[in-house]
Structure formats: C-alpha cells, structure tokens
Design a protein around this ligand. Structure first.
Ligand code: TTP
Ligand code: MG
Length: 620
C-alpha cells in the first residue's frame, strides 16, 4: 500500500477482527422455490425465465453449461431438455425470502437482507456468549477454510470465527429442515469478506475466512467489479485510470482516485481492495420505495402509457397491501429513447398523495383510490413528456415512496378508533390472482441489489422487499448453552405508542368519565387528529375529498346531535370526525347493548374496554 493511503487512514479502520459475520446466499434461489413447489423438477435441468432472460437455473442445468442471466435461446441450445418456468411473479420467492430472514433472526437481531436470497447476520454476541459458556468446540471449523491457516492472529479471532462457522452450519441446517432451502455461507470478521468467501464453495457448502487468508481471497477476485458497489460507471472510471484488477486498485495512489471519484469513494475503494470494511450489519427495515417497472420496445401513444400504468398500478397495489404501510408519494419513471443519439435515459417525477386514500385496515383501499392514483400518475407523466410532440418510450415505472406506518399497534390511539369502524368501501387486492403476471422489472429484483451504481452499499434498499410476517418462533439457541437475548423485543418496539396511550388513560383517572380534548397533550391531540384524518371511511362519509373542506353539517347548531351518554359540551369540542365516530359507536353500542341487555348478560351502557367512548362519557 502506498504512503498517502497509510497516512490518511487508521490502519485498524475497518479491519479489526472483533466481529463475526455470517453471510448466507440461497442456492439457485428462484429455481429452488420452484423445485419445492414441484419436487419432480429436482432431478431435471430447470431454468427460471423472465421475458427472454434466464434469471437462474438449478445446478442440474448448470452441469450442462447453462448459466444465470443467459438468453433463454442460448440456454436451450446448450441444454435442449431444459425445462422452463416463468419467474415474473415474485410472490412465492418473496414469501420464502421473508421466512428465511425470520428464521435467521432467531440467532441474532442483527440480520440484514440483501436482495431476496442473501442475508448478513452479525453473530458476534452469540459467539461471545457461546465462548463464555463451557462450550468445548471452540477450535473446530465447520466446512471449508479459505486459504492459509498456518499463521494465526492472537486477538482471539480464530476461536470466534470457529464458533461462527458452527453457528453458520446450524443456520443452514435449520433452513434446510424447516424451510427445505439449501444455502451457502461465508464466515469472516466483516461483511465484505463474509460475502466474498461465501461464494468460494457452491452449492450448499460453507467457507470460513481467517485473517491469514484475506490477501489471497482479495487477489483472486476476477476484477474490481467483484467488489460490492462497483457498478458499470465506477468500473469505467477505474478503467480510465488503468485499473481493472484488485491488485491495481491496491497499488494506485489515493490522489488520482480521489480526483476521479471524490475522497469518500476513493478511500472506501482503497480499503475494500485490501479486504477492510467497516460497514455494520443493519437490521433490515422496510424498503424506502416499492415499485414496478415494465420495459418494452416502443410506446408512442398516451393511451398506451395509460394502459401500461393501469396494469402496473394494479399490481403495485398487491405489493403495497403486502407491505402494510401507507405511502406518502407516488413516483413515475420513464425511459426515453432518443432517435437521433440512439441513447436512452431515465427520468422520474414524484408527487405527494393524500394518506386519506388508504384505509386504516391493511389490505383494502377505497374504490376511488385507483382512479385518483392513476390521475396523479398521468399528471406526472405529462410533466415528463410533452405529448404534443412525438415521443418514444422504452420503459415505464410506478413506485410508492415516503412511507409511514399505519398507527394501529395495540398501544396506539388509532387502535381505539379503528376497532369500531365497520365501513369498508373497498377493493380487496388480496383477492387478485398474481399468476400470469407479465414480464416486469420489479425493483426488488436481484439486479437492483447487485448493481447499485456508484454508491458503495451492498444493496439499494429502495428496492429490497420485506413483508410483515407472523413473529418468528421462539429462539431455540440450543446450539449454544448461553442464553441469547434479543436486544429489541416486539413489546419494546411498541413502547412509544404504549406510552402515549397510557398517558391518555392515566390522565383520565378511574372511573373515566370526562375528557376535554383541548386539555389532552399536543401529541395525543395530534395523534387523534391524524388518526381521524387518515380514516377515509369517515372522511368519505363526511364528504371530504382530498382537497375539499369538511362537510359542516355535523357542527351546524341546527343539526347538532350528541350521543345520549356523552357530555354535549365535551362532544362539541371534539373534532368532527371523532364526533361522527362516537355517534356511530354509540348507535352500534346502543344496538348491541339492547341485544345483550335483552339476554341479561351485560351492564347496560357500559362502553367496551379500550373504546374511545369511555373517555367522553358523562357522569350521569
Ligand atoms: P443469485 O443469488 O445471484 O443467484 P441464485 O441464487 O439463483 O444462484 P446461486 O446458487 O449462484 O446463488 O440470485 C438470487 C435470485 O435472484 C435468483 O434465483 C434469481 C434472481 N435474479 C434476478 O432476478 N436477476 C438477476 O440478474 C440475477 C443474477 C438473479
Ligand atoms: Mg443465491
């Protein structure tokens, strides 16, 4: 390494051996899922096709020379008996992907998903606990070891990585036993090395890398493109500097690299080239955007654009329903083809969308949402394309972004409100079959993760997918004797909301009969207001459209109505939406009470526990 690099960087930066990271990559993932669905395919050469591209194939097909990302026609030529299945519908792959991640979370809360079939797991804590216990297998490596093991580091990383290899083996065993999925694993002291060493023995094998093997691993990489985050553009820049191999990158001075790529990028690349990586395993959150794109040869008419967008939107809704959050903006992307320069480029525009378009109940939308969203999409399209002039598009994309969670956790005030809402003017997108989905470039596709352009992250998070699933089974952790505690339990995650709702409960005392909305804390007022405003069932009833003002009939003195058991003064102070809801609940409760009272089982008029009603019932 040359001087200036050494001077600018702490030599230990990104290369300490304290951590133990496991990287797991499922074997021929889409093909595996297909083989699990149809076990007869296991012994046959199988390819998964998206449009005319083979996105993956099983290892039987690989023995015939078939490779990932081949043209279907080429693959067929190599292996005429190749069986092809369509892989445009990602639903089953996503489901399996979620299950894999959840299973791995039993070992550590630090699980970061990369694309659909890869996960990084930081098992440092579990390793430490295992080594602290009277665990006897501290110096046995499971699986392969990459490179040199003769020279050993004395920082204790040898034992840690050995235990890491045993954990990786247990993870793979459980993935196979519980989900039927085989994986490769790489074990090392940072993310970069764990990922790189993972693919050195495939399929269904694992490899551990000790510090002594790092140099050989790095120098054996084919070229700089093997480093995460080096995409087409960065590699072109490096090429212009005469760098294509890792060794060249290791040897170049920092200065020209900095001039070409900027300081941050240049420094990071230098570190990566010697296997140093300080990126932490970030537990995967939900993606920042959820989008679908469709590529085609040529679209020149507005009506075609609208048709395409309509199909995209409909399918996007399915993903949105799976995700469960409420988007705050919608984005349209087009790829324009320029006849004169024979060059395509992408352009995007986005606009905010009202959250009132999305019902609080997960999985449903008011029936007019689709039309409104399509109108927004077309407006955005018109901002990008001047349709008075000829245009030629080769791709259209629609994405939701700026998400916020639905505030419906147990501890949330919304749950008080949502519970009693029965109105659902809805389309249930869960009923739409996903089968037969045309070829589409889903932003969760492997490409998005693998070619993350000039950013030096492992994946473009905006494209990754993660669906809410039932909580993982309790940690077995019987692999090691030490008990492992999750740093964040589900109830911990709920705590901010719980805190707020208990504030409401506490402030009202026992028995709670009256509440003055204006005396509630700002936060609670806000939450109540937000909750109300995000309930289209209510806003629909009130005749509130996105931009229109609320119907005033509820507050009109002439029409003033109030539940008989509520203090009218308090009731009048409440926001109109809340008034309406209380009216509804009251009427429903009256009916229920009547029914139940008739069967002499219940105290008449007693509000349901946790109902917002109990806070405003007068002391009569
Ligand atoms: P990979 O992990 O790259 O490939 P794989 O799991 O099929 O095979 P391997 O055993 O070599 O790991 O990608 C995971 C899935 O992502 C793959 O099954 C199909 C999909 N994919 C795409 O959609 N587009 C792509 O360009 C690639 C490479 C994969
Ligand atoms: Mg894979």
């Amino acid at each position: 390494m040359e001087d200036d690099f050494d001077h600018t960087l702490d030599s230990n930066y990104g290369s300490s051996h304290d951590k133990v990271i496991v990287h797991l990559d499922a074997d021929c993932f889409y093909a595996q899922v297909e083989m699990l669905k149809n076990p007869e395919l296991r012994t046959l050469p199988l390819g998964v096709q998206q449009k005319n591209l083979l996105v993956t194939c099983n290892y039987v097909a690989r023995q015939c020379g078939v490779k990932k990302c081949m043209l279907v026609s080429d693959a067929k030529r190599l292996c005429p008996s190749l069986i092809l299945v369509k892989g445009e519908d990602l639903y089953d792959y996503r489901q399996m992907s979620t299950k894999m991640t959840l299973l791995l979370q039993k070992f550590s809360p630090l699980v970061e998903k990369l694309g659909l079939d890869e996960n990084f797991v930081d098992v440092t804590q579990l390793v430490a606990e295992t080594l602290k216990s009277d665990f006897a297998g501290g110096r046995n490596v499971e699986g392969h070891v990459y490179g040199d093991t003769t020279s050993m580091c004395d920082c204790g990383c040898y034992e840690r990585l050995c235990v890491g290899s045993q954990i990786a083996s247990e993870m793979r065993k459980q993935l196979k036993e519980e989900l039927g999925v085989t994986c490769c694993a790489g074990v090392a002291y940072n993310k970069l090395l764990a990922k790189l060493v993972c693919s050195t023995h495939k399929p269904n094998q694992q490899t551990t890398l000790f510090p002594a093997g790092v140099s050989a691993l790095m120098l054996n990489l084919n070229n700089v493109r093997s480093l995460p985050g080096i995409g087409h553009r960065t590699s072109e820049i490096l090429q212009s500097l005469g760098i294509s191999s890792i060794e060249q990158l290791q040897n170049i001075n920092l200065e020209p690299l900095e001039q070409a790529l900027g300081r941050t990028m240049a420094e990071r690349l230098k570190k990566l080239s010697v296997g140093a990586d300080d990126m932490v395993v970030k537990p995967s959150g939900k993606p920042q955007s959820i989008g679908l794109e469709d590529g085609f040869r040529k679209i020149t008419l507005e009506s075609e654009v609208k048709d395409k967008c309509e199909v995209l939107l409909q399918r996007l809704m399915i993903l949105l329903v799976e995700d469960g959050r409420i988007p705050g903006a919608i984005r349209v992307t087009v790829r324009k083809y320029d006849n004169s320069s024979r060059y395509s480029h992408r352009e995007s525009r986005q606009c905010n969308i009202p959250s009132s378009l999305f019902l609080p109940k997960v999985g449903t939308l008011p029936s007019n949402a689709h039309d409104k969203l399509l109108t927004s999409i077309m407006k955005l399209f018109h901002k990008i394309i001047d349709i008075s002039k000829p245009f030629h598009l080769t791709l259209l994309g629609v994405a939701f972004t700026k998400f916020h969670e639905r505030n419906t956790g147990k501890g949330s005030i919304t749950s008080f409100l949502v519970k009693d809402i029965s109105v659902q003017s809805v389309m249930n997108f869960q009923n739409i079959s996903l089968h037969g989905v045309e070829a589409m470039e889903c932003s969760s596709s492997k490409n998005a993760g693998k070619q993350s352009g000039s950013t030096l992250n492992y994946a473009d998070k905006s494209g990754s997918e993660s669906e809410p699933e039932p909580s993982p089974k309790k940690t077995r952790a019987d692999f090691c004797r030490g008990s492992r505690k999750r740093s964040l339990t589900e109830s911990d995650k709920d705590s901010p909301n719980k805190h707020r709702s208990s504030e409401l409960r506490l402030s009202t005392g026992e028995p709670i009969n009256e509440v003055d909305f204006s005396k509630l804390s700002d936060g609670i007022q806000e939450e109540l207001m937000e909750s109300c405003m995000s309930l289209p069932s209510l806003t629909d009833k009130l005749g509130i459209s996105d931009n229109s003002s609320p119907n005033t009939s509820m507050s009109s003195e002439d029409n003033f109505q109030c539940p008989s058991n509520v203090d009218p003064t308090v009731f009048r102070e409440l926001p109109q939406e809340l008034q309406l809801e209380l009216m509804e609940s009251w009427q429903t409760k009256d009916r229920e009470t009547l029914k139940v009272a008739n069967s002499s089982k219940c105290l008449p008029g007693k509000p349901k526990q946790n109902s917002i009603l109990k806070y405003v019932i007068s002391k009569k």
